[in-house]
Design a protein around this ligand. Structure first.
Ligand code: NDP
Ligand code: HSE
Length: 437
């Protein structure tokens, strides 16, 4: 057995504590798999005195001096499970430049400034691994950055936020409104006290940026991702989706296409969308995550599992620790960042999508023609129209229109003009539709 591989653990919260527990419980197996034992050199936290329950670790290993720990000569691998942009970025850049390997779960940092980490990794001779940053336990980034490197990925469609998937699944199952479903998610511990990052789509957008970067060999950051959350999704929207044989999911979608100048480009977006109940992502319930990958030669692939939680996330962290520890012992490093394609990111207005629009209209001759005329003027083709009686107003009707694929800007302009028509009493709901219908 070789000398131990020494770890600096930054953070010992939900994920970090599980990393400590698994390192302890699996130590013999991990050592056998790596060919050397793993040893924790120190654990950086914010509050030394915090009650951490029955953690199987020497309390003397805790420190508040993260940078001092990282700089120690006897540290080979830095495992960062603190989160946030700073000081995590400075710590990891320091570690990577010094030739240490880094394992991180920090999606916010990777999406905000992943380039700084990759550049620092290129300067040093360590590895940068971050499997836990997207979809928790699901082995997804390694397949994208290794197994699928012989193929051409065309599209990645995912449910990558467990909190919002729990909320939308509850709304679909019970007919509850958003506020009621969020309350249930909070009571059950799925939603955090401040759920903004989840329900407004920031968390999913960070993950979308990471997925798009890997899938399309292009640096994509959080600022490149069009983001809409689920706070505006109503019980009526969900009922409308159900009536169409659909459900509503918060999707992250990263797709290849061509931009306005005919150049190959990517679009990356996060928003709620209707998908048919027959789509593989429709059956992903509760707080589970799933990612559907389409590639030229491989065809369709589906990755499914737990996207959050201490133990599932620690599983992904430890998988990375084993990989980087093996590389260090072998004196090699994994392939560096692949961003050679440097594709432009298209604005949302150019993204090709479909809309489901529900209108309350006056029920009299010429109304359908006037409504259809608005779609025609914006070059948006209608796929289906359904008319039914309106709930309230006498002489009113409900028109449910589903379009063919069109640029998002044309669809948005269509809805804008419809809102201004006298004969349109209200635009009751507008939802994007994905995955065929
Ligand atoms: P927690 O808030 O539970 O833990 C954060 C840890 O970081 C705590 O131990 C805290 O110390 C420590 N810490 C905070 N600030 C500092 C600082 N300035 N210096 C030293 N230590 C500090 O976070 P999680 O474990 O939930 O998340 C960690 C990372 O994993 C994040 O990047 C998150 O996005 C990611 N992640 C989390 C998942 C989850 O299910 N929780 C799933 C996937 C990814 P102290 O204990 O003293 O407060
Ligand atoms: N808050 C995230 C979610 C977990 O709800 O999926 C970590 O990514």
């Amino acid at each position: 057995m070789k000398q131990p591989v020494r770890l600096a653990l930054l953070g010992c919260g939900t994920v970090g504590a599980e990393v400590v527990r698994l390192l302890h419980e699996q130590s013999a197996d991990l050592a056998a798999r790596i060919g050397a034992p793993l040893e924790i050199a120190g654990i950086a936290v914010r509050r030394i005195g915090r009650d951490r329950g029955e953690l199987p670790i020497d309390p003397a290993l805790f420190t508040t001096d993260a940078l001092g720990l990282i700089k120690r000569d006897d540290v080979d691998v830095v495992v960062e499970v603190v989160g946030g942009i700073e000081p995590a970025r400075s710590w990891l850049v320091e570690a990577l430049r010094a030739g240490k390997s880094v394992v991180t779960a920090n999606k916010a940092l990777l999406a905000e400034d992943g380039g700084a980490l990759h550049d620092a990794a290129a300067e040093g001779d360590g590895d940068l691994y971050y499997e836990a940053s997207v979809a928790g336990a699901i082995p997804l980034l390694r397949p994208l950055r290794e197994s699928l490197h012989g193929d051409r990925i065309t599209r990645v469609t995912g449910i990558v936020n467990g909190t919002t998937n729990f909320i939308l699944s509850a709304m679909h199952a019970t007919g509850a409104g958003f506020a009621e479903a969020l309350e249930e998610a909070t009571e059950l511990g799925y939603a955090e006290a401040d759920p903004t990052a989840d329900v407004e789509g920031f968390d999913a957008a960070a993950k979308a940026a990471i997925l798009a970067s890997l899938a399309f060999h292009t640096r994509v950051g959080a600022a490149d991702v069009h983001r809409e959350g689920i706070t505006e999704v109503t019980a009526a929207d969900v009922a409308s989706a159900k009536a169409m044989g659909c459900t509503i999911k918060l999707l992250c979608i990263a797709a290849r296409g061509t931009d306005g100048q005919g150049r190959e480009a990517v679009s990356v977006r996060v928003h709620p969308a209707m998908i048919p109940l027959t789509h593989p992502l429709a059956s992903v319930g509760d707080a589970f995550n799933a990612v559907f990958v389409e590639a030229d030669a491989a065809g369709q692939l589906m990755f499914y599992g737990r996207g959050a939680g201490g133990a599932p996330t620690a599983s992904a962290v430890l998988g990375d620790v084993v990989a980087v520890a093996r590389n260090r012992l072998a004196g090699v490093r994994s392939a560096s960042e692949s961003a050679y394609a440097a594709l432009p990111v298209r604005p949302m207005g150019e993204a090709l999508t479909r809309y489901h629009i529900s209108l309350d209209v006056a029920d009299r001759p010429g109304v359908l023609e006037a409504v259809a005329g608005v779609f025609a003027r914006h070059d948006v083709s209608i796929a289906t129209v359904r008319q039914g009686p309106a709930d309230g107003g006498k002489g009113d009707a409900v028109l449910v229109i589903v379009t063919h694929v069109a640029p998002d800007a044309a669809l948005a302009a269509t809805v804008g003009e419809l809102r201004g028509l006298d004969i349109v009493r209200s635009v009751a709901s507008v939802l994007r539709v994905e995955g065929g219908l």
